[in-house]
Write a protein that binds this ligand. Structure first.
Ligand SMILES: [Zn+2]
Length: 103
């Protein structure tokens, strides 16, 4: 399956962020604040204009992921320490965020 490499085999919460091991063997850590600042929910991104309303600079530097839950087979939902929990993070998006982190 072509999308297979975007499927995590391990997702774990670490002090540095969300650790993900991907099906293709790639490993990444997405920092807590980076994840919060890239939330794609309607509170963070305008649904009509797609302009980001809440970005990394709007997020407290000590923010952390409190917990995450799998949503179906394609995404996770994240609860942050500021109680923000409306964001859905598809695996494809998490992988894209990983790539951008390394640019
Ligand atoms: Zn959001």
């Amino acid at each position: 399956m072509a999308e297979g490499k975007y499927e995590p085999v391990v997702i774990d919460l670490t002090p540095d962020g969300l650790y993900i091991k991907w099906q293709d063997g790639y490993e990444s850590i997405l920092p807590h604040r980076y994840l919060r600042g890239n939330c794609g929910c309607a509170q963070c991104v305008d649904e009509i204009t797609h302009v980001r309303k809440v970005g990394i600079s709007d997020v407290a530097s000590n923010i952390v992921v409190e917990e995450f839950m799998e949503i179906g087979r394609y995404a996770i939902g994240i609860l942050f320490s500021d109680l923000h929990e409306t964001g859905i993070y598809p695996y494809k998006m998490l992988r894209d965020l990983t790539t951008r982190l390394e640019d």
